[in-house]
Write a protein that binds this ligand. Structure first.
Ligand code: PEP
Length: 263
């Protein structure tokens, strides 16, 4: 059984003001079960609320991640961009990179996602690198190959020192925001595939690599995923926006995850 520590991350996307963020963190903390020390938890608010989220979460185990980072850095003429060093300065512990909405709406290629991952690592931020196939890719039988291609773009750029400082999220595009989560069989098969590629590239560090599932995860279905041997937590969009709902989701993950039960 896995000894990997579960990790539950809420991706807020373009939701919540500073005031809403501060209120959320206080309410979330009040709903958390005492067993929540058994897993890692993070929220990823918009850039404008990061600093306030860090201040509000001070003294709790809730971590704050950004949703995006500049591919360039550490500074320069890149209007509208925010560098990894800037995220580190405001107290972020990590950053989501390569989310499918970034790939689809903002044209982020595998190469750009690899550059962003590098920037995060160099700034001592934990990158959560998102991989996922579209419905058309799945229906044409290309899902495994698409994920392998997206993953290799990252592994090709990593050094031995990096391999313990990265989290992967498998997020099938067709499951994001649709209410149609992947089946546990699909999730387990893809997570195993990712771990096998990692093992072929980096050997035993595959045992400690955390791979999160994302795509219509809720408090009602989280247990189906965290019970799987190669699923180490979840990246959660819509269901992370309510503090009580997200706390319930954490509770569901703790109830099933082997590592959080010390086995
Ligand atoms: C996401 O945006 O990363 C996500 C998984 O969204 P949702 O949980 O709403 O499907």
């Amino acid at each position: 059984m896995s000894s990997r520590r579960p990790f539950i991350v809420g991706n807020w996307k373009m939701h919540k003001t500073v005031a809403e963020t501060v209120g959320y963190v206080a309410e979330f903390a009040s709903h958390l079960p005492s067993s929540s020390s058994g897993c890692d938890m993070a929220i990823a608010p918009p850039f404008t609320a990061l600093s306030s989220a860090v201040a509000a979460a001070h003294g709790t185990t809730l971590q704050v991640f950004a949703q995006n980072v500049a591919a360039e850095g550490p500074s320069g003429a890149f209007t509208g961009e925010v560098s990894a060093a800037m995220l580190k300065e405001v107290g972020c512990q990590g950053v989501i990179v390569g989310h499918s909405e970034r790939r689809r709406y903002y044209g982020e290629t595998d190469a750009v996602v690899a550059m962003k991952t590098r920037r995060a690592l160099d700034a001592q931020l934990l990158p959560i690198v998102c991989l996922g196939e579209t419905l058309a890719e799945r229906e044409s039988g290309a899902a495994l190959e698409v994920i392998a291609r997206q993953l290799r773009a990252i592994t090709d750029t990593l050094t031995d020192a990096d391999v313990h400082r990265i989290v992967i999220a498998y997020e099938p595009v067709w499951a994001i925001g649709t209410g149609q989560a992947a089946t546990p069989d699909i999730a387990q098969q893809m997570h195993r595939h990712i771990r096998a590629i990692w093992e072929a590239t980096f050997g035993a560090s595959a045992d400690t690599l955390r791979i999160l599932y994302g795509g219509s995860v809720t408090a009602d279905n989280i247990a189906e995923f965290t019970a799987l041997s190669d699923v180490d937590g979840a990246l959660v969009g819509g269901a992370s926006l309510s503090p009580s709902g997200f706390a319930n989701l954490v509770r569901g993950a703790l109830a099933t995850s082997p590592a959080s039960q010390g086995v």
